[in-house]
Ligand binder design. Structure first.
Ligand SMILES: Nc1ncnc2c1ncn2[C@@H]1O[C@H](COP(=O)(O)OP(=O)(O)OP(=O)(O)O)[C@@H](O)[C@H]1O
Length: 570
């Protein structure tokens, strides 16, 4: 679409990008040919990032890396002071100084579109730190989605996190990954808009729509696209870390795109850089993260993909835990508890706490005996307790699920659904509540109630993501700084040992907040009066909103992490 248009920005920037471009000029030709219709050729090439190759079949052929290039691309989150000349050039190109001062790398080679060249049509989504609008690009007449990222106090940390999302998005170029088309900003405003293609649906919204039940070929079609998008991310050493239905957008041609890279991160295939375990929405979170792993890889996204596969075939989420303890318990009950061998080799921080007295037997095949037979080996693999056994997205794409009849249908043959997003499901929910409250007609009420029930099932319990660390960090931030929305995503720096999850040390768990049917070793639970409550949720904290220091805190969203000293990559 070419939102990022007009002139080249800086000789320095452009030469850097050109070097990349020369490596893969061939591979970019196709994308460029499409984009060049709308925009200046040079800048579109820059926008494409230069080192990616589009493969419409979902394959992911990596372009050879030039000599001397880093083995794995690392976002420059800690570089808070880009060279002055670069900042100057970017400001001259129209970027606001508060942005260039912190995340020059994310802007490199791009110039901003002006906000008044878009016409907002409707609000279509809301995230933890953003609002998403449907808008019309006045220059091209194209309908787009504008994700408005808020920066209340222009805190460098929050801007850096947004920069990471932009850097990651710019490295991705695949039909099943949402494409960042451009950035919109103004010198005056403290917000930034990310421009994306407009997508009519998300998978959570579709799955929660009354009357929609996916057939086997349709499930295969969505899963193939999801795994193809993941394969692309993983081959670029990017973990998404929040795969769930509402982050899988679907356009009116049935094309699925992985969206919301706000929690995504580059990972080190050599496992030398630990990462935070506090990622992924609870229902889709793999056991190793619940057990505190900081050394993990593609397996985390594959687990989430397994949960999605189960959900699409079962018509409801397969492991809807209300808090972390219950989530782990649901996992053990379905997938079995980790083997002794795995406990030994994984050295997971929370292993001693969550080792059940008696091992649980795996019963995936029994539980899902009504699933299509070819789906069982795949779901069995994706939901393996040991992440190494989940293999890779490429392996999943080669599994018999996709190579036996009935085959995946073509995306274009999928039914044309009315617009349906997770947000629409919530709207229906609100409407049903309003109608019930007003004592409207019984029949109508019954129908809406069913809709509501389903919508709720498709969305993780809000409390599910409220965690110890986030609560403490929020409290600290709210009382120490007068910030709100950003603080929920960007807590202040802290040492791991200070709060929450001291790596490698044991935790205290209040037995009162452990669901009664969770038979973990009783010796593991030690009563503590510390302000712990990591295992939050309905059991410990039934309220959605919490009043802290006079501010209303919304605990209903996954808490976005931050850099912890030098050790943990978030
Ligand atoms: N390109 C798009 N087209 C249409 N709708 C979109 C698009 N991108 C996002 N949305 C809608 O906006 C919602 C929020 O977007 P997104 O998940 O990117 O924001 P976020 O602030 O990172 O959210 P979260 O708190 O879930 O992490 C999505 O669930 C989706 O319904």
């Amino acid at each position: 679409m070419g939102c990022v248009i007009s002139r080249e920005v800086s000789s320095g920037i452009v030469s850097e990008v050109r070097e990349e471009r020369s490596v893969s000029a061939e591979s970019n030709r196709k994308t460029d040919e499409v984009s060049v219709k709308n925009a200046d050729r040079n800048l579109v090439e820059v926008q494409n990032g230069g080192n990616q190759k589009e493969d419409k079949n979902g394959g992911d052929n990596r372009v050879p890396r030039p000599r001397g290039e880093r083995r794995w691309p690392k976002p420059n989150l800690r570089l808070s002071n880009p060279p002055k000349h670069l900042q100057g050039e970017q400001v001259a190109a129209g970027w606001p100084p508060w942005l260039t001062a912190v995340c020059g790398e994310a802007l490199s080679g791009w110039i901003p579109r002006k906000a008044d060249t878009f016409e907002k049509i409707d609000k279509i989504g809301q995230g933890t730190y953003s609002n998403v609008y449907k808008a019309k690009d006045m220059l091209t007449s194209k309908i787009v989605a504008l994700k408005k990222v808020r920066f209340d106090n222009l805190e460098p940390e929050s801007v850096k996190f947004m920069a990471r999302e932009i850097i990651i998005l710019r490295r991705l170029n695949h039909p099943n990954v949402v494409k960042l088309e451009g950035l919109v900003t103004s010198r005056m405003s403290c917000s930034l808009y990310l421009v994306f293609d407009y997508m009519l649906h998300d998978l959570a919204g579709l799955a929660a729509s009354p009357g929609i039940k996916f057939t086997e070929p349709q499930v295969k079609c969505y899963m193939h696209q999801l795994l193809s998008g993941l394969e692309h991310c993983h081959n670029r050493n990017i973990l998404h870390r929040d795969i769930k239905g509402s982050n899988l957008l679907i356009d009116d041609g049935g094309i699925l795109k992985i969206a919301d890279f706000g929690l995504a991160s580059f990972f080190d295939p050599n496992h030398r850089h630990p990462m935070t375990s506090r990622v992924v929405t609870l229902w889709y979170r793999p056991p190793e993260l619940l057990l505190g792993a900081t050394d993990y890889g593609v397996g985390v996204d594959l687990w989430s993909a397994g949960c999605i596969l189960g959900e699409l075939l079962a018509g409801k989420p397969i492991m809807p835990g209300r808090n972390e303890v219950e989530q782990l318990h649901k996992i053990y009950k379905l997938c079995g508890s980790p083997s002794d061998e795995y406990w030994k080799k994984s050295k997971l921080p929370n292993a001693t706490l969550f080792k059940p007295r008696e091992p649980y037997k795996r019963c995936i095949r029994d539980t899902f005996k009504d699933f299509p037979p070819s789906a069982l080996p795949l779901i069995d693999t994706l939901l393996a307790i040991d992440p190494a056994e989940r293999k890779t997205a490429s392996d999943a794409l080669r599994s018999e699920f996709f190579t036996t009849e009935p085959y995946a249908c073509d995306p274009s043959s999928l039914p044309k659904y009315p617009p349906s997003k997770e947000m629409d499901a919530k709207r229906r929910d609100d409407e049903a509540r309003r109608l019930r409250a007003a004592g409207k007609a019984q029949v109508d009420g019954v129908r809406k109630t069913r809709t509501r029930d389903r919508a709720i099932k498709a969305v993780p319990a809000p409390e599910a993501n409220a965690e110890l660390q986030s609560n403490i960090d929020r409290r600290r931030l709210i009382s120490h700084a007068n910030a709100k929305s950003k603080s929920e995503k960007f807590p202040p720096p802290h040492q791991d040992g200070q709060l929450g999850y001291p790596l490698g040390s044991s935790h205290h768990i209040d037995p009162d907040i452990v669901p009664p049917d969770v038979p973990f070793s009783s010796t593991s639970f030690t009563y503590s009066k510390e302000p712990f409550q990591a295992w939050s949720g309905p059991i410990a904290a039934p309220k959605r909103k919490k009043q802290i220091s006079g501010e209303t805190m919304d605990l209903s969203k996954p808490f976005k992490d931050k850099v912890k000293g030098k050790k943990i990559i978030v």
